[in-house]
Design a protein. Structure first.
Length: 72
């Protein structure tokens, strides 16, 4: 009775993790395409792209660690 909530909470946080992962992937792809398209990207734009990439791969590793899979 007391341990039923654990599975439900895990599923909820896994869904949130997948949502954040998708958002960060889109943000990273957008930053990357802006840098590729720009003639002379600023240092700030490059650092923002690297930060977005680092955030995405951090959450990707976390999802892999938690054995979260995407099902469509």
């Amino acid at each position: 009775m007391f341990f039923r909530k654990k599975g439900w909470l895990r599923k909820e946080y896994d869904e949130k993790l997948l949502d954040q992962l998708k958002e960060l992937k889109d943000e990273w792809k957008n930053q990357k395409s802006l840098i590729e398209k720009s003639f002379d990207p600023s240092a700030e734009a490059i650092s923002e792209a690297k930060l977005a990439e680092a955030k995405y791969f951090y959450l990707f590793k976390e999802a892999k660690k938690r054995n979260v899979s995407v099902r469509y």
